[in-house]
Write a protein of this length. Structure first.
Length: 82
């Protein structure tokens, strides 16, 4: 079975992003997924799309949660069958 891909949209100097990152690091201990971190400030398109929403967690192309990231919601999304 292929590892799920979790994309974490973030930016520097973002306290909510820092909290979300620690949640994702903890989840990696329990679930198997590839974590890709993307700084939205490096792309005008991403800044326009996610500027007010970050942090954003996307799993296999599906937006799962944004703003306050909690381990229960993301964990459930990681265990859902596609």
């Amino acid at each position: 079975m292929k590892k799920q891909e979790l994309v974490f949209y973030t930016r520097s100097r973002c306290p909510l992003c820092d909290k979300a990152k620690s949640v994702l690091v903890e989840l990696k201990k329990e679930y198997e997924f590839t974590l890709l971190e993307k700084d939205i400030d490096e792309s005008d398109d991403l800044t326009e799309k996610y500027g007010l929403m970050i942090p954003v967690v996307e799993i296999d192309g599906r937006e799962v949660q944004f703003g306050h990231i909690d381990p229960i919601t993301v964990g459930e999304a990681l265990t859902e069958k596609n």
